[in-house]
Ligand binder design. Structure first.
Ligand code: BES
Ligand code: ZN
Ligand code: ZN
Length: 501
């Protein structure tokens, strides 16, 4: 884990392996961003040196330079910040977060980096800390150790972050907790499905529960059978690794509100009997990213001591074909009592979520948010960096969209058109697990809505696109698991605690 320190030292005097500075475009010229004045001076004009090297100051750009005499660090890394803000304005938090991420990623293999990026307020320090800790992430659990070149940056020192100022200290501590929890979610998503299956996922929750004082209850296949959880059992019964429903609860004695978070936890989605073709199953270990985000967010709420109760529900199953697997045509009796005809065993997420939503509703939380890598249709609609938000309440959907924007997560509000509901009518059961293909992400949302308790505000985040990044790393986003939606959920819990929702 990468360490974070706030330092009072000047950029010229701090001992580090590299010194990170920001460079921006001001019209056609390059400018060195505030915070790096001493570095600029040591170079006798850093912008000109960077221009000579062809740097443009564009976001994502990183230029490594040998440090001149007068600096304690041997290397200077200039990261692009895009257009410099207007006079009196400060840099956008997401720009700082991404630039810090690029720097941390570029410095893989280094021990300590000092970040001299522009900090005008505590929020800027938080964004830089978050970006650096997220960018430093690497998943190496299954690789030979001892290769220094692959070791993530070990220490991030923030310069200009006022360590004795309460607001700065709190902002840095929050950033570190949130970043570490996002990285926990990434680890779980990246863990191969032969090692992460429902029972081992549940054990990981129990271990974290002990560490952070959370109440963890695990329903195993026996308890699920006894309770009548036909959706979760129907999806899990093709696998030798039986399903689990995990409840992980953080409570605060002064909490006035309870937020329930429900996560899709398909530890591997082969499609089941409706088997996915080659090319569609290589990344399907990511199908538990919703459950990972929910788990991490509950732990984050505990680490931050938020004055709100946050209950996580993880619907864990492995979707496999076998002689005991659910067939297309089977009818499942769900936990709610409703019957569902399974027309396509690859539409399994909604089945496990339905049972968890019914169960979560029994406790009458003030709001429920479910998170799921639910449909390929949402990826077609919004691409692979944006999650869709559906809800039974327009204000709640808008609030989540705005929160996501504020924390730097791309999302978009999606409708739940009532006319699509009838496409899930079944001649045999109360409904089918599939409707029309067009608008498939919305059909899935309409399916889930039927299992939400009366009068409870509910939102559904379809993170199928952004949960797993297959392209080259960018900003603070690595290849593989991204930890999508954790920042949004944590901020939502904070807003709920503050009585703002
Ligand atoms: N896990 C998939 C959705 C998915 C697709 C996640 C791509 C991440 C990336 C889900 O279980 C699924 O297979 N959905 C089907 C539903 C269809 C059969 C109604 C889909 O989207 O094709
Ligand atoms: Zn599926
Ligand atoms: Zn799935």
């Amino acid at each position: 884990m990468t360490a974070l320190t706030l330092s009072t030292a000047g950029a010229a005097t701090l001992r580090a392996d590299a010194l990170v500075v920001g460079v921006a475009k001001s019209g056609k010229t390059l400018v060195v961003a505030p915070g790096a004045e001493a570095v600029d001076k040591a170079f006798d004009g850093l912008a000109a040196v960077l221009e000579t090297l062809g740097a443009s100051g564009a976001e994502g750009e990183a230029t490594k330079l040998p440090a001149p005499a007068g600096l304690k660090a041997p290397v200077v890394l200039a990261v692009g910040l895009g257009a410099a803000p207007e006079d009196g304005e400060s840099y956008d938090a997401e720009v700082l977060r991404r630039a810090a991420g690029v720097a941390a990623r570029t410095l893989t293999g280094s021990k300590k980096a000092a970040f001299a990026l522009p900090i005008a307020a505590a929020e800027d320090a938080a964004a830089i800390a978050e970006g650096a800790l997220l960018g430093a992430y690497a998943y190496t659990a299954y690789q030979e150790t001892g290769k220094d070149a692959k070791k993530p940056l070990a220490e991030v020192a923030l310069l200009g972050a006022k360590p004795r100022d309460k607001a700065y200290k709190a902002a840095a501590e929050r950033a570190q907790a949130v970043a570490e929890e996002i990285n926990r979610a990434r680890d779980l998503v990246n863990q191969p499905p032969n090692d992460l299956y429902p029972a081992t996922f549940a054990a990981a929750v129990q271990a974290a529960g002990k560490e952070y004082g959370l109440k963890v209850q695990v329903l195993d296949e026996k308890a699920l059978t006894k309770g009548g959880f036909g959706g979760i059992l129907g999806v899990g019964n093709g696998s030798v690794n039986p399903p689990r429903l995990v409840r992980v609860a953080y409570t605060h004695p002064k909490a006035e509100k309870t937020l329930a978070l429900v996560g899709k936890g398909i530890t591997y989605d082969s499609g089941g009997i409706s088997l996915k073709p080659a090319g569609h199953n290589e990344t399907m270990k990511c199908d538990m990213a919703g459950a990972a985000a929910v788990f991490s967010s509950v732990v984050a709420a505990a680490r931050l001591g938020l004055e709100v109760n946050v209950t996580g529900w993880l619907a864990l199953a492995e979707n496999m074909p076998s002689g005991s697997a659910t067939r297309p045509g089977d009818v499942l009796r769900m936990y709610s009592g409703k019957t569902v005809e399974v027309l396509n065993t690859d539409a399994e997420g909604r089945l496990v979520l339905a049972d968890a939503l019914t169960k979560a509703s029994e406790e009458h939380p003030d709001a429920i948010v479910d998170v799921a890598t639910l449909t390929g249709a949402m990826v077609l609609a919004l691409g692979d960096r944006t999650f869709g938000i559906m809800a039974n309440d327009d204000d709640f959907r808008t609030a989540i969209h705005e929160i996501a924007e504020e924390v730097g997560e791309q999302s978009w509000p999606m409708p739940l058109p009532a006319d699509l509901r009838k496409t899930m009518d079944s001649p045999t059961a109360d409904m089918a697990n599939m409707g029309v293909r067009m608008g498939g992400g919305l059909v899935a949302g309409l399916f889930l809505q039927e299992f939400v308790g009366e009068g409870i505000a509910w939102a559904h985040l379809d993170i199928a696109g952004p949960a797993f990044h297959e392209g080259a790393p960018y900003g603070y986003t690595p290849k593989g698991g991204t930890g999508s939606s954790v920042r949004t959920l944590v901020k939502l819990a904070e807003r709920t605690a503050a009585g703002e929702l």
